[in-house]
Design a binder for this molecule. Structure first.
Ligand code: HMG
Ligand code: MG
Length: 306
């Protein structure tokens, strides 16, 4: 029998992880409205954008504009991705209060994503974390490809534990474990989390699952059973992985919320507002809604209104 907690913290990553691979530029005004609607729906953290090289990720080139325009709700955090000191300086200039550094558990993915190997990436993150913490910012850490790499295949849990520990030691208040290409299954998820939690306290870990093989909700249950209490998710299941053809986005926020609501686990997120937000962004960017719960609830609402 799974041990369920009373509440779970959801970190919405749609505006960043969801939109970063969209081929057509999404206007800043749409991004800003998306972020504001998500915060209004009750998400306690909305990852807003990333201060990365615009050559590598053109869709996030408007990071400063988005942060300048977004109305920030008290009590909500708006983390942004930062890969290096240049990104940190730009984020601080934009008035950001929380950043996230992002590493990987495989050498090949690290090189493709941030153009350096794992050790070098950790050496780069150390001064970023140090300066950010000294300026009073909160720092989150990511480890990508924790359950499989599109270039190297299987990833050893020990490698995930090694990178997680280094991020934890640099002062990351939480390390988010990313199944970037969505190949994990519940048993492997638990073995990976058990290995990582021998290095980093489990209450400092978050789960970041993608739904490529339809395993994300099952993996979240498996992670809950290990004591993980924070999960990343993306409204309407926005997103994908440029290095994994066919990989779907992060698990949809609506799907996670439907499951947690059904289990009586509190999140503070309002389903109606969330579903409307999913419809808004899909219409705004002409994309299919990847959330099954989101689609079903929207349909139900339309029938009810007719
Ligand atoms: P590089 O080419 O090695 O960097 O890229 P560089 O230092 O040689 O600089 C090259 C150019 O980029 C220079 O410009 C720099 O000024 C500029 P130029 O002189 O040629 O005109 N530059 C920057 N510009 C703006 N902001 C910056 C910045 N840094 C350099 N911060 C670098 C290295 C890390 C910069 C690059 O590889 C990069 O930006 N990568 C980001 C990749 C990315 O954002 N990936 C997606 C996020 S990770 C993810 O999605 C997974 C996750 O969601 C978990 C999961 O899903 O499982 C977290
Ligand atoms: Mg992701």
């Amino acid at each position: 029998m799974i041990r369920f907690p009373e509440s779970v913290r959801l970190v919405e990553v749609g505006p960043r992880d969801g939109l970063q691979n969209e081929p057509v530029m999404v206007p800043a005004s749409v991004k800003v409205e998306l972020i504001e609607r998500l915060a209004d729906a009750g998400l306690p953290a909305v990852e807003a954008t990333s201060f990365v090289s615009p050559r590598w990720v053109p869709q996030m080139a408007d990071a400063a504009e988005v942060m300048a325009r977004v109305r920030r709700r008290a009590g909500v955090s708006y983390p942004v991705l930062v890969p290096n000191l240049k990104g940190l300086d730009a984020a601080i200039a934009a008035g950001v209060e929380e950043i996230a550094v992002f590493g990987a558990a495989s050498e090949a993915f690290s090189r493709r994503n941030i153009n350096c190997g794992i050790d070098e990436s950790l050496d780069r993150f150390a001064p970023v974390c140090e300066r950010a913490l000294a300026q009073g910012l909160r720092v989150r850490g990511y480890v990508s490809v924790v359950l499989g790499c599109p270039f190297e295949g299987d990833v050893a849990p020990e490698s995930v534990a090694h990178v997680s520990l280094r991020l934890h030691e640099m002062g990351c208040y939480e390390v988010s474990l990313g199944d970037t290409i969505g190949v994990g299954t519940p048993g492997r998820t638990q073995r990976m989390i058990e290995a990582v939690s021998r290095a980093v306290p489990v209450e400092r870990l978050a789960g970041h699952f993608h739904d490529t093989y339809g395993q994300a909700l099952a993996n979240i249950l498996a992670a809950l059973d290990c004591g993980v209490l924070t999960f990343d998710c993306s409204v309407a299941g926005l997103g994908g992985c440029p290095y994994a053809p066919g990989a779907t986005g992060n698990v949809a926020t609506e799907d996670v919320l439907f499951m947690l609501d059904g289990l009586g686990i509190r999140t503070g997120v309002d389903m109606d507002s969330l579903v409307a937000t999913g419809q808004f962004i899909c219409e705004a960017i002409g994309r299919t809604n990847n959330s099954r719960a989101g689609r079903a609830l929207a349909l139900k609402r339309e029938r009810h209104a007719a």
